[in-house]
Design a protein around this ligand. Sequence first.
Ligand code: ADP
Ligand code: ZN
Length: 517
Amino acid sequence: MTTAQTLLSTVFGFDEFRPGQAEIVDAVAKGANTLAIMPTGGGKSLCFQLPALMRDGVTVVISPLIALMRDQVRALKEAGVSAGALTSGNTEEETEEVFAALDAGHMKLLYMAPERLANSGTHNMLRRIGVSLIAVDEAHCVSAWGHDFRPDYLRIGELRHMLDVPLAAFTATADQETRSEIIARLFDGSTPETFLHGFDRPNIHLKFEAKNGPRKQILAFAQEHRGQAGIVYCASRAKTETLAKALRDAGHNALHYHGGMEADDRRFVEAKFQSEDGLIVAATVAFGMGVDKPDIRWVAHADLPKSIESYYQEIGRAGRDGGPAETLTLYGADDIRLRRVQIDESLAPLERREADHGRLNALLGLSEALRCRRQMLLSYFGETTEPCGHCDLCENPVEIFDGTTAVRKALSAILRTGEYFGAGHLIDILLGAETDKVREKGHDTLPTFGVGKEYSKREWQAVFRQMMGHDLIRPDPERFGALRMTEAARPILRDEATIDLRKDTIQQAKQNRRPAI
Ligand code: ADP
Ligand code: ZN
């Protein structure tokens, strides 16, 4: 039998495997059920194409992306491999050609859109042609709560039963919940050999800052990268325009980009960014899909992204060429409130909203991380690593203090006022400020009134923000964003758990004139 290594160079023209590929190829080739989680661009397709050549019979590849299937088929054919695709985009001749190759018995890889599986003729055909492996690309499409749900993916489990052959599933979506759904639905709950690789992008420097005059913070970061191509992600269309202008006023070459612009204008910005050196684009997340510029040297988030996955994807646009790249993500209590409300007000089912809160929580946890940020990011994706030495927290370790008492006082202020108020009023109570609202509500008679004088207003704002970051409190959209306690806070309130908070964001708040949130 030809070895994987030989095929790698003779058929695919590569000298060596990328990290993780060799192990996956081995497992798939020997017929194990496998689940491989690799970031986009990590080289997934090789991990089923190569085993397909090592095994007898046909490998069926299920993929939702027609253009991608056609590209792969073309590339395989050029490399001398018999491959074909059955998609809605086929011409009659193409389909004929596929069936002829199947009948002749030399087809190695048959690509298929999931919709085909709804057709009973397809099942009969697959039974006939001697399938020896099913490969599922974009396997997260089987997850009902994910963003790319394809109901026809649910038929794959049934197909595996019928053909009784091994199945190899591939995805770039790494969260635990999606993984469990893939295992339940594609593998009938029996655990496949699982591989998780390559999420680390060591050339990308990670940094977060609490918002503290955000425009100034972004301008300072851009200044450090004057003349280098960068993206500034913003949460709103309006902000892309104001920030691009502020950058131009500061002498940068900057444009804005968002989904509300005319298609021609969008293409103009994309092309200019691609071809010019040192252009900055202030954009919503709409900017990115079509962007494949290898030398983006920096990415900044003027607002907190919506989940840890989005964060990873957006910073991942920097440094594709492997050269050094820097990132800065700003976050504040307003962002957290905005993202929570967006999730709560979406029309998604409850479970989906809970999952989205979970993904946001993971990002908030990362914002308020106490130790190596990369380690925490990678551990979310399931990779265990040493502290990286190349993130803001490795370079400047933060001081931590026991914030249990402060958190308990804040929770008590929330509960004693019936979970009906926002941070501003609650902080007034803690500080013993006799505002009109405090007097009007009779909150100056609460036992909590004035118990928090050891901190300033800004310090309390930082405590509240960290509490949101740890998901101890959440704004209630039905009460105009009033803060309510979550179940996670109960053990702290009951004296059953303690909580560490970061001192730096609090001290930082103390040193600056502007409010930290
Ligand atoms: P994805 O994981 O996003 O599906 P692909 O399978 O399309 O990624 O691979 C991404 C790129 O990496 C392709 O251009 C592919 O040719 C290249 N590639 C894959 N494996 C190797 C390898 N071992 N050595 C060099 N390049 C590779
Ligand atoms: Zn680190």
